[in-house]
Design a protein around this ligand. Structure first.
Ligand code: 7JO
Ligand code: MG
Length: 214
């Protein structure tokens, strides 16, 4: 049977990237998606904005919602200080299996905990199951209509502290209008839009960075 897009993306990593070299994994995926077959990674343009926010926050604890093939997981984990932890949630088991191999190829498995399941089920259990008190940075990149309910859930579960940073992908395309309205109008967030483009295209998209004020 025909391979899947995530399987072909992993093949490009194994063929073109050097084991243990996260930069070469990122380059191999971007080259494949720009020249062979589009895939819904955050990509190189928005990826540079992601890198700058990760470097600025210098987080000890990171939560990523929506791993997909692990491209943004590798981008984030490669910048983390030694002992920092990244928990990434992926709903689709077949996709999670590919992401594990991409993360391993980059040599970052010690910094990353990939959990299979739906964010709505896991967020309430993260504290006791993973021993995390609060997250310094959350990268939202899962189903766009879940951004708002999951943000409210993280607030209710006490997973955010004064200064926690939420960074949301795709706030323009495919869009997360209810989430944008919430973080931009709530007195509990200081929000800023980083204009960019949908990965590997000229279509407008961007990242919304929202600091939780407590
Ligand atoms: C949603 C996906 C990313 C992954 O998220 C996992 N997921 C879902 N819901 C949950 C959960 N509740 N918990 C954990 N994981 C979860 C899933 O299985 C996908 O693997 N991302 C997108 O759909 C996405 C789409 C586009 C896009 C833009 C223009 C187009 F014309 C077509 C597509 C661009 C992007 O940049 C995306 O990010
Ligand atoms: Mg995305």
């Amino acid at each position: 049977t025909r391979s899947t897009r995530p399987q072909r993306l992993l093949g490009a990593v194994q063929k073109n990237a050097t084991r243990g070299d996260p930069g070469s994994v990122i380059q191999a995926i971007d080259h494949y998606c720009r020249n062979k077959e589009w895939a819904m990674n955050v990509g190189d343009e928005k990826g540079c904005i992601l890198d700058s926010v990760v470097s600025e926050v210098n987080p000890a604890t990171v939560l990523e919602l929506g791993t997909y093939c692990g491209y943004s997981t590798v981008r984030i984990a490669r910048l983390l200080p030694p002992h920092a932890k990244l928990i990434t949630l992926e709903f689709n088991p077949a996709v999670a299996a590919i992401a594990r191999q991409v993360i391993a190829w980059a040599g970052l498995e010690d910094k990353v905990q990939l959990v299979e399941g739906a964010s709505g089920d896991f967020i309430p259990r993260i504290k006791e199951q993973f021993g995390v008190k609060t997250f310094d940075l959350v990268f939202l990149d899962h189903w766009k209509e879940y951004y708002l309910p999951d943000t409210k859930l993280m607030e209710e579960c006490g997973l955010l502290r004064k200064g926690s940073v939420l960074l949301a992908d795709n706030v323009v395309c495919p869009g997360a209008p209810d989430y944008l309205e919430y973080v931009r109008s709530s007195p509990r967030y200081e929000s800023r839009y980083f204009k960019s483009h949908l990965e590997y295209t000229k279509v407008e998209d961007g990242l919304e960075k929202s600091v939780f004020l407590g």
